[in-house]
Design a protein around this ligand. Structure first.
Ligand code: ADP
Ligand code: MG
Length: 379
């Protein structure tokens, strides 16, 4: 049954195979809040290039160029972003582990991309909603071949503590992460797990999770942008011959990546900032180590990377969506977000990209020479 499913989805499967092992990085730019203000975005290329410049010094500052797998400009819709994410999400149903992150400073649009606007219309639904919708759709269309069970968990990591977002008791003790040394899988056995059968089920759980996130953060006098929220979707499938697949999808809305001026904050705020900086740089280190195929991957350095372990390494597929705010006041953060995202994406893919480009240029030059010769013969 499973073989047939793959056969029937050959095109899709090939696309998915292309993505195998790749770390993809997209960049999304949110609209300017004040249209009168200058934007840091100077140019967006179809090839994933992005040129930025300080909006306050556009004529004096050097423009900076970055390359990603794709760049979504301020008018890109939720559907467009989802469309480029869909093959990855679908591969979860074929047994791949997948991890999708929203990275960027507070206010850059991470939650908008993952969850949609708060209290927004379903037209603007985020990746979480659209992804689950798609998974149920596939499950339904394959129901004669495969029997799928979909379960979700939702936790947040705040100051290196894991909290369950799907329990009403948000004073609940911090959760433990269990690592299975034989297969490298990690799990949070005590986080509430719900079997879901429809997008409505998931939406209700997401609502509960979001409410708890806000309630927790109010109770603890901090903002939700100070924690990483992780929606985990576990998929199990079984065909009539007893073949099974098991995979997991992590949808992560990371804590704001902004650097906090250490001279200006003290106490809890400083502690939060340090935890966030450390876990985000651990994430960068893990992704870089994976891309370089190092023998040691430092998953254990943070709770975030420990939880995501099974959907970062091996044959898992990873997508980071780096978000930027185009305003002048954010320019410093924009540059550091773009540099971080570039670092994540270029370690291996960047080299291949450059080689490809230079061989194309070589071919074009040879073509020009051929045409010149042909022309001179005609004359
Ligand atoms: P973050 O989660 O990164 O802190 P939010 O997703 O909360 O940022 O976005 C900040 C504000 O900008 C919200 O009011 C959100 O609705 C709006 N916003 C973000 N991205 C977009 C977008 N692509 N189109 C329209 N509004 C957006
Ligand atoms: Mg947010």
């Amino acid at each position: 049954g499973y073989e047939r499913v793959l056969q029937e989805n050959k095109d899709l499967y090939n696309t998915v195979q292309d993505l195998k092992g790749n770390i993809r990085v997209y960049c999304r730019i949110r609209p300017l809040f004040d249209a009168g203000e200058g934007s840091a975005v100077d140019f967006i290329g179809d090839d994933g290039s992005l040129v930025v410049v300080d909006p306050l010094k556009p004529h004096r500052e050097a423009r900076k160029i970055f390359h990603f797998n794709r760049v979504f400009g301020p008018i890109a819709t939720q559907e467009e972003v989802f469309k480029d994410t869909q093959p990855l999400i679908r591969s979860v149903m074929d047994g791949y582990n997948v991890c999708i992150f929203a990275y960027g400073q507070t206010g850059s649009g991470k939650t908008h991309t993952m969850c949609g606007p708060s209290g927004g219309t379903s037209n603007d639904a985020g990746i979480n909603h659209l992804a689950l919708n798609d998974l149920f759709h596939i499950s339904c269309s394959r129901k004669d071949l495969m029997n799928y069970v979909v379960e979700v968990q939702m936790v947040e990591v705040y100051n290196e503590q894991v909290r369950d977002l799907l329990t009403d008791d948000f004073s609940a003790a911090k959760l433990e992460i269990r690592n299975c040394t034989s297969n490298g899988e990690s799990s949070i056995p005590d986080a509430k797990t719900y079997v879901v059968n429809s997008t409505v089920d998931v939406l209700n759980l997401m609502k509960l999770g979001e409410m708890n996130r806000v309630a927790c953060s109010t109770a603890m006098n901090n903002q939700s942008s100070r924690s990483h929220s992780i929606l985990t979707v576990h998929v199990r499938g079984k065909d009539s011959t007893g073949n099974t697949i098991r995979s997991c999808l992590h949808l992560v809305d990371l804590a704001g990546s902004e650097r906090v001026d250490k001279s200006e904050v003290t106490g809890d705020r400083l502690k939060e900032a340090q935890y966030i900086n450390r876990s985000l740089s651990c994430l960068g280190d893990v992704i870089a180590a994976l891309a370089q195929k190092n023998s040691h991957i430092p998953y254990r350095n943070s709770k975030l990377t420990q939880i995501l372990q099974s959907s970062l390494g091996g044959h898992a597929k990873t997508l980071m969506i780096a978000h930027i705010s185009p305003e002048a006041v954010s320019y410093g953060e924009t540059l550091s977000t773009l540099k971080f995202a570039q670092r994540v994406s270029t370690v291996e893919l960047g080299a291949a990209y450059l080689n490809k480009e230079s061989s194309e240029i070589k071919e074009l030059k040879e073509e020009v020479e051929r045409l010149k010769t042909a022309l001179s013969r005609k004359e």
